[in-house]
Design a binder for this molecule. Structure first.
Ligand code: FAD
Length: 543
């Protein structure tokens, strides 16, 4: 376990003195209860996935104490969230709302502005308010994890599924607001949501879509309502605190089957992605599949890198292939994990087409799942694509000591030539900074997310510096070629936001106008996604 002593002391928010701040917190604890207002003045413990800290980013990159909060508060109801917001406006204290804070690789539970007060809703506002087995929908509070919803559905015996990301311990609301991804046909979480309840930065409470019509029972079935769809401005933003969200759930399809193909050469990626595109758009390929670089295949074994290679720099291709040869999948460079749904005869029809098309790529191989041992990573992918949460994916963090990770996650059309360009950008920079390439493409439909898991030793200031430089270079290189990130770590959000700059930064100007209108005191998550309120703008906060 990793612990950081405090060199810089309590992170008091800028613009308020320590005594005044502690007094203001005292005032808040009188209304919220002493146990629900906790000062962050102890050494920083990184914990682990299940006991993640909400004091700082456990996967730190720059100065360990840069993204540290001053305190954490735990509201237990919507009126208590409103109370915290009123308090922050009175004392001009920045708040940073989280659902569960398991946003590992993208900032965890840390605030962008040092000394912000974390508003952790997950701890006490964690009710599943509704599961409707006829409409296949649910309504949840911020503290409901993918696991919790899955378990409740099992308990009630409903024939519906939960689409889960690779780790099931995160919150449904937090993941969806970040435009998170899962691996069944319902993998686009934001696309599946229907209805939000939001506390605005000035404290008013409102509902989007059909939720605005008193007595409507279509809140979770029709996401648009009447008038402009305002939901979008509450995702990847700092315009409101989401206290409830509705979600469409997938009916149990009556069976599913995960399959695995391997491809021999790095350049096969071009043909593979061009083969996947028409099949995916036509829904022959049915789920958000993963195309993975073979290095991750040995890393998900949970073993240390040194067991495979002791040298510095990325693991050489011949060494990687030598190890893969000893595994059940054999030598290869790319691996495709997909899943088909429905009863066997329906699956078979599409699986035959897929086989025919994939085998046109020279050297392609179908791996028979029955030939894989029970502890092979394949079974974890099968579980997740079958609507069951899992934790197996954490195992690649063992690759280096004190393993942390960052996600470099640009999007591109599902097109071979684009993907090859992105792969080359990432490979070149990984080679330059001596980082192993853990690359996955999550195939949405017409687009795919390239998720580069940059795994590093967070105990080493040199490695942290190297991954920071690698990330910054990849973001710039990608933008120069016309690719942008779908999501990024807190500390790169200014840089990524700056790449979305068409027509003299028209998009950011619009976001700033909204921010200033909705949050005149600039108390809510200043700087999140590169959006700074007037009170902070141009005063040296942007990086
Ligand atoms: P939180 O940390 O609670 O929220 C994320 C952010 O959203 C917060 O920082 C905050 O800014 C905002 N926010 C949250 N709640 C609210 C609210 N109520 N109101 C206003 N703003 C709010 N992610 C994927 O999407 N797919 C994957 O497959 C995936 N695989 C991963 C694999 C590994 C090994 C690791 C380490 C991470 C992976 N992640 C993945 C990233 C991350 O773990 C998940 O996205 C996770 O669900 C996010 O944490 P959370 O749900 O607790 O969100």
């Amino acid at each position: 376990e990793f612990q950081t002593p405090r060199k810089r002391g309590l992170a008091v928010p800028a613009g308020i003195g320590r005594t005044e701040f502690v007094k203001a917190l005292d005032e808040l604890s009188q209304s919220l209860g002493k146990d629900h207002v906790v000062l962050n003045d102890q050494p920083l413990e990184d914990g682990w996935y299940m006991e993640h800290p909400n004091t700082h980013d456990a996967f730190m990159i720059m100065d360990e104490e840069e993204t540290v909060s001053s305190a954490c508060v735990y509201p237990g109801s919507v009126p208590e969230v409103q109370l915290v917001v009123a308090w922050a406006n009175k004392h001009l204290v920045p708040l940073y709302p989280i659902s569960m804070g398991r946003n590992l690789g993208y900032g965890g539970a840390a605030p962008r502005v040092r000394g912000s007060v974390i508003v952790d809703m997950g701890k006490r506002m964690n009710k599943i308010l509704d599961i409707n087995p006829d409409d296949c929908t649910c309504l949840v509070e911020p503290g409901v994890s993918f696991y919790a919803l899955y378990e409740e559905i099992q308990k009630r015996g409903y024939k519906i599924w939960v689409d889960t990301p690779d780790l099931g311990g995160g919150s449904i609301i937090g993941n969806t607001l970040e435009h998170g991804v899962g691996y069944t046909p319902y993998g686009d979480h934001w696309g599946a949501h229907s209805g939000l309840e939001v506390v605005l930065p000035t404290g008013e409470l409102f509902r989007t879509g059909m939720g605005a019509l008193p007595g409507s029972d279509a809140w979770q079935t029709f996401p648009y309502g009447f008038g402009p769809v305002s939901d979008g401005i509450f995702s990847q933003s700092n315009f409101g605190i989401v206290t409830k969200m509705g979600m469409a759930l997938m009916p149990d399809p009556g069976g599913c089957e995960t399959f695995l193909y391997t491809f021999q050469h790095e350049d096969d990626l071009l043909l593979l992605v061009d083969t996947v595109r028409p099949l995916r758009i036509a829904n022959i390929l049915e789920n958000v599949a993963q195309i993975r670089h073979a290095t991750i295949e040995i890393a998900v074994s949970g073993k240390r890198r040194t067991e495979f290679y002791d040298g510095t720099g990325p693991i050489p291709a011949e060494v990687l292939q030598g190890h893969l040869e000893k595994t059940p999948i054999g030598r290869c460079n790319w691996v495709y994990y997909g899943t088909q749904y429905g009863p066997e005869k329906i699956r078979k029809y599409k699986l035959d087409i897929i086989h025919q098309e994939f085998m046109k790529i020279p050297g392609a191989k179908r791996i028979d799942p029955q030939s894989l041992p029970k502890d092979h990573y394949f079974w974890s992918r099968a579980k997740i694509a079958g609507g069951q949460p899992d934790f197996e994916e954490l195992s690649y963090l063992n690759w280096v000591p004190n393993g942390g990770h960052l996600g470099f996650s640009p999007v591109s059309p599902t097109r071979g030539s684009d993907v090859l360009k992105l792969w080359k950008i990432a490979k070149e920079r990984h080679d330059q900074y001596g980082i192993d390439l853990f690359m996955t493409f999550c195939v949405g439909l017409r687009e795919l997310h390239m998720i580069n898991l940059v795994v590093y030793d967070r105990g080493s200031p040199e490695r942290r510096k190297a991954v920071e430089k690698c990330m910054r270079s990849m973001i710039d290189d990608a933008a120069k070629s016309g690719y942008g990130e779908y999501r990024t770590h807190l500390l790169f959000q200014d840089q990524v936001a700056r790449t979305y700059n068409w027509n003299d930064n028209a998009l950011m100007k619009f976001n700033e106008k909204l921010k200033d209108a909705l949050d005149p005191n600039g108390i809510l998550a200043p700087g999140r996604c590169g959006i700074w309120p007037e009170r902070y703008r141009g005063r040296g906060w942007e990086i």
